[in-house]
Design a binder for this molecule. Sequence first.
Ligand SMILES: [Zn+2]
Length: 240
Amino acid sequence: MIRLHPVPRPAKLTDDKVKELTERYQREQKSVWNEKFIKDALLKLSHGKCCYCECRVDSEGSYLEVEHFHPKSLYLQEVMVWENLLPACKRCNVHKRDHDTKQEPIIHPIQDEPQSHLSLRNYRLYSKTSLGEKTIDVLDLNDRERLVEKRFEIGDNLLETLKNLWCDLEDLPEKHLTRKRKQLIDLMKEGTARYEYSATAATVILQDEHYQQIKTWFIQKNLWNDELIDLERELQFARL
Ligand SMILES: [Zn+2]
């Protein structure tokens, strides 16, 4: 889970439209929020991922569900309020169900800072606060089959690649340096907000001993350039 930057309410979702759809929902109890312009804006908000577990919801075989942070079953008036809509995967949406987020709050991916409430160790999430604990519990964020194993797979691949990258650096002919830097850049990108499970990837990379050795090596050679500095900043943003 990473912090998301809010996107503006879609122009088509005018006050009149909100009123009309809210009334229609109250009358017919149908999914009035399944409009393309709403889903497109939500996909933009989360870079095409579930706002809670960070799996992709914009690829074949997975699709976005419009999630009501404050459940529509309890807070009817918020059913079309833009700030109450988030992009989620089916798994997270099913787990959250009608959980009353006003009585028992969980982390809001836009309003709260997940880093302040969660940490990652051995590919499992741990809580730093009661808000973090409630979030892990309600969304089952340590689902072994669907999340922990996926995090392990991603993290283990990154660690292997970092180890190989570090072993190759010593005695490397100058002509191969550009290629090695490109490899490092591609690897670091996996820990940025646009990528699936970026919180896991960013945490694994930044905590890795080989990554720190590679960084020191690049700095000593005056190769730690602005692109790498910016990328590391993005990793710090996504990490837990
Ligand atoms: Zn999810």
